[in-house]
Design a protein around this ligand. Structure first.
Ligand code: AHG
Ligand code: MN
Ligand code: MN
Length: 341
């Protein structure tokens, strides 16, 4: 029989232990994270058998972002929305896959403290070819009073107001990483017991790194300053560590997760055709900015800190630069030049 290491905390044990540090805590956040963990396990099961059953491919629909909806996008969205609707901690949600936010109108939900926003499946165009994909989520304390229905103002909050944010990667193993103001921790799914177990305690992003991640196909659409920075990445002096290594999976969860652990920079700049880039502020950039900042890195839109942006609409996009502190500082020097010039 395999040895069971009782020193390793499960996700539930860990969140409950964290909660005990706050005598006034109600346990709602711990319960919300458990709900998300459950949805993640269900999505994980489907992702793992995606080749066997008829869940690959498109639903034939186009989402509010103008993108083709994959069957797994829809499945993941339904699972997350389902667990949060039936849970006791969430008063409403907004999702990349839904045109508008959803209000949970039953009495328990109306009295709940939090709203949740998510990208149910990130990198979903990679699913047919076995590349890692993920889920990204973000939790805010509602602004409206408990007992009432949530409104748009509960969702259009600056990222700095996040209470927690996290992601799940369905990869060579399945890992859930989440951050609160107390720090960032990673939990790997133990398939034998179906539980996420603490595997990456207190994650810190190395201040320096050697990886840069960007879609080179868009190179000629980038600003002169971004082009100059990419040029620097390729022409670093040997005395300065030599050129950086380019790594771009095209699944932001996997790209940023790798850079978070190993050190690196990830960029999705605006282009001439799409000045706001591709990534969505509320579902993708804010949660990652929160996580990476908590781990010691930084995140900007090229001009300002991502977490200070006041969102105007649910589905707005933003240029995005995120990663190791010193690499980001170096990038900022180049972007400043751009603004001056
Ligand atoms: P989604 O699958 O949720 O639409 O997001 C995909 C995103 C992100 O994960 C990735 O970094 C980016 O799209 C890749 O875009 P390009 O193919 O344009 O580089
Ligand atoms: Mn995405
Ligand atoms: Mn998505």
């Amino acid at each position: 029989m395999a040895n069971v290491n009782r020193e390793i905390l499960t996700l539930d044990e860990f969140t409950i232990r964290e909660m005990r540090a706050f005598p006034q805590a109600t346990g709602e956040l711990a319960s919300l994270l458990r709900d998300i963990g459950l949805a993640a396990k269900r999505v994980n099961v489907e992702v793992n058998k995606a080749g066997l059953v008829d869940i690959l491919g498109d639903t034939g629909e186009i989402n509010v972002q103008g993108e083709e909806v994959k069957k797994m996008d829809e499945y993941a969205n339904n699972q997350l929305t389902g667990v949060l609707r039936h849970g006791i901690s969430c008063a409403g949600i907004a999702s990349e896959e839904l045109d508008d936010f959803v209000v949970f109108e039953d009495e328990i939900s109306k009295n709940s403290k939090y709203v949740c926003m998510y990208d149910p499946l990130d990198g979903s165009s990679n699913i047919d070819v076995n590349v890692s994909i993920g889920t990204i989520f973000s939790v805010y304390r509602r602004k409206t009073e408990r007992g009432t229905c949530v409104t748009q103002e509960d969702f259009l909050q600056a990222g700095s107001r996040q209470v927690a944010a996290g992601y799940i990667i369905y990869g060579s193993s399945t890992i859930l990483v989440y951050a609160t103001k107390r720090g960032v921790n990673g939990f790997t799914l133990d398939p034998a017991i179906g539980e996420f177990c603490l595997s990456h305690p207190d994650i810190k992003c190395p201040p320096d790194g050697k990886i840069y991640s960007v879609n080179h196909g868009n190179f000629f659409g980038y600003s002169t300053q971004v082009k100059k920075y990419i040029d620097l990445c390729q022409h670093k002096e040997k005395s300065n560590g030599g050129p950086y290594t380019q790594r771009y999976i095209g699944s932001m969860v996997s790209d940023v997760h790798r850079n978070l652990l190993k050190g690196g920079i990830f960029m999705y700049p605006g282009t001439i055709d799409k000045p706001q880039g591709k990534l969505r502020l509320l579902y993708e950039c804010n949660p990652f900015a929160f996580i990476v900042e908590r781990a010691g890195g930084t995140a900007t839109d090229g001009k300002m800190r991502i977490l200070e942006k006041e969102p105007q609409t649910l589905h707005e996009r933003t240029p995005f630069f995120i990663g190791s502190k010193n690499m980001m500082q170096e990038l900022e020097q180049y972007l400043k030049e751009t603004i001056k010039g």
